[in-house]
Unconditional design. Sequence first.
Length: 266
Amino acid sequence: APSRHINVTLLPFGPRQRLLLARDISHMSRLEQIRRDFVANVSHELRTPLTVIHGYLELLDPEDVPHLAPVLGEMRAQSKRMGQIVEDLLMLSRLETQDHVNEERVQMAPLLATLRKEAEALSQGRHSITVENEANVDLLGSPKDLHSAFSNLVSNAVRYTPTGGRITVRWERTADGANYSVTDTGYGIPADHLSRLTERFYRVSSSRSRDSGGTGLGLSIVKHVLGLHQARLDVRSTPGRGSTFTCCFDRERLMAPETHDSKIGE
Ligand code: ADP
């Protein structure tokens, strides 16, 4: 017989009683499974034709078709964007079906250096960027996935902060673990949007987001990656002043950095 999914909730019911609610959600989880497979299949099927289109567009030389140069530029930009959406959707599908991550050492010092380079490349000198490694600990988890999550927060900070703003990336110890945070002095987010930010394709301002080149999937990816690391996303924001996105990791996820004593005297 097919397995059934029962959702059980225990509710307080009077001073000494509890109400046990059991709901059969087999139907819902089956639909959810169909939805996931569908999104994964569509994304996968779009990948090949997109790669071909993108490849040919790169081959075309704007100098051969000077009157079409602006059109060609726009087509390249849009095909790249579509490719990014497909890659993000594939990543989300993978994250959704995964129930744990391989536990590898994620070296934070080099990762922070890479994130700084990414921020500088995106900002192109338009912001002042600070990266602080105050924690001096490494993480236990998936290096690739954590890189994507951290990098999404950095690129959002750059994209939603006008020229002249400040962006601070910080890795610091807390009472019960360590926090990775990205603070910007950008547009900020009105309070009534905060709870929905991690939904797929949710945008506070769709025109600003599209112009800035986002896929609308970044924070959804962040949420899933953090979930797989038993970490939590905290968002604080003041419209017109800026935002701080914080990833809170438990102590169990931290590792003392590797010492290079063995190399001393080589
Ligand atoms: P997008 O690709 O549209 O940036 P995300 O999932 O990364 O998608 O973010 C969802 C929405 O949250 C964005 O469209 C934007 O409106 C808002 N947002 C995310 N990061 C910031 C930030 N640092 N400052 C202001 N708004 C932000």
